[in-house]
Ligand binder design. Structure first.
Ligand code: FMN
Length: 410
């Protein structure tokens, strides 16, 4: 009988297999954070600080994880986050990952910086597709990309707003991996030591479409971005304002989502600009180190805009219990980034499906043990939250004035 588990019983198992399969430089690009990786670690410890408070003797025999997201019913409460390098995990990894999402009935978000063109993904994967947009300084080029996404039938536009500068990923400068991919003195041994990846991924690109590169970029930009270290922003992205979002609202007729919100006031501004949803995210701890864990600020964002627009969250979700905690705090869905990338690296569509399946099984078990037969039955009452740092600040003789901390006068 075929083993659909692929020998992986949790996301950590998939990560470990991906680590062995991928060249170190590529694995690090996927797996690591920025600078001292404080945000990366804290994304995980923040979940550990939240405890579950189960009820018992509830009939949970007919359990459902179904949710309605932007008016569409889906069988489980997750969606696939945009990740520029899915195409380096596996040959045309974006298509593999999008197919796994389509089979599970959940949305897949294609990144601006993907290695497969958005039209190809739409034609070959189907399903509910979202397109993630990084704005370029030349707004007209970005708007052309939006038009392409519209023509290709994408259902939602996800505008990422937490990249005014690229994260400081020093390991990436050391290991010498670049996009468009090019052989450097530093990465050639790394690639040779991973012949499986070299043959199944790199060689297949080389013999078909050439070295992996950003296939959604217009030729004007492609010419400008000859091999830069992965994760180094090719083009400045630091002049964006809320006016850009208002303009996108005018030209994009479907669901508009703003990704990378960590402050409740920014969530309110996004709603005021006409966004349909926000994604509370610190980019998986890859951009601003020491940024707070999204799960910690989620309740404030939900309180600020949850009645007006859809609140989604990502960063650090590795267990079904993490997802359940976020939903109990009021998120409507959770995005997964690295877990499904690890799965794609392990076995393409089957590996991505395994990652999704692990979340499905774990969410189901947690709902049963928590005494909640459905997502709708979850509430903050299911949780014990840690005392907040703000409360500690209050005790230490400080007071909050309009959100800013100032020393209390004695
Ligand atoms: C390798 C990698 C590439 C990413 N590329 C993008 C991107 O192109 N655009 C974007 O908005 N977010 C990008 N992200 C961030 C993810 O969308 C998501 O916010 C993050 O991965 C969630 O955290 P998790 O990996 O812990 O699930 C990337 C993340 C990873 C790991």
């Amino acid at each position: 009988m075929k083993d659909n588990t692929l020998g992986a019983y949790n996301i950590a198992d998939l990560r470990e297999t991906a680590r062995r399969r991928l060249p170190k430089g590529i694995f690090e690009f996927v797996d690591r954070g920025s600078e001292d990786e404080v945000a990366l670690r804290n994304n995980r410890t923040a979940f550990e600080r939240i405890k579950l408070k189960p009820r018992t003797l509830v009939d949970v025999s007919a359990r459902s994880q179904e949710i309605t997201l932007f008016g569409h019913a889906q069988k489980m409460p997750i969606a696939i986050a945009p990740t520029g390098t899915a195409g380096l995990m596996y040959y045309q990894g974006e298509i593999e990952l999008a197919r796994a999402a389509a089979a599970a009935g959940i949305p897949f978000t294609l990144a601006t910086g993907s290695m497969t063109a958005m039209e190809t993904v739409a034609a070959q994967a189907g399903g509910r597709l979202w397109f993630q947009l990084y704005m370029w300084p030349d707004r007209s080029l970005s708007h052309r990309l939006v038009e392409r996404a519209k023509a290709a039938g994408y259902h939602a536009l996800v505008v990422t707003v937490d990249g005014a500068a690229s994260g400081n990923r020093e390991y990436n400068l050391r290991n010498g991996f670049t996009v468009p991919f090019s052989f450097t003195r530093r990465n050639v041994t790394d690639v040779l030591m991973h012949p499986g990846w070299m043959l199944a991924v790199l060689a297949r690109y080389v013999f078909t479409t050439g070295m992996p590169r950003y296939e959604n970029y217009p030729s004007e930009l492609r010419n400008k971005i000859t091999a830069r270290p992965m994760g180094k922003s090719m083009l400045r992205n630091d002049s964006l304002t809320w006016d850009d979002l208002r303009m996108l609202r005018k030209i994009w007729p479907h669901t508009l989502i703003v990704k990378g919100i960590l402050h409740p006031r920014d969530a309110i501004l996004a709603a005021d600009c006409g966004a349909d949803g926000v994604i509370v995210s610190n980019h998986g701890g890859r951009n601003l180190d020491s940024s707070m864990a999204p799960i910690d600020v989620l309740p404030e964002v939900v309180d600020a805009v949850g009645k007006r627009i859809t609140v989604i969250v990502d960063s650090g979700f590795r267990r079904g219990s993490d997802v359940v905690k976020a939903l109990a705090l009021g998120a409507k869905a959770v995005l997964t980034g690295r877990p499904t990338l690890y799965g794609t690296a392990v076995a393409g569509e089957a590996g991505a499906a395994r990652a999704i399946g692990i979340f499905r099984e774990e969410i189901d078990r947690v709902l049963a043990l928590l005494g909640c037969p459905s997502i709708a039955a979850l509430s903050r009452d299911c949780l014990v939250l840690p005392p907040t740092a703000d409360a500690a600040v209050g005790k230490a003789g400080l007071k909050l004035v309009d959100g800013a901390r100032v020393a209390a006068e004695h």
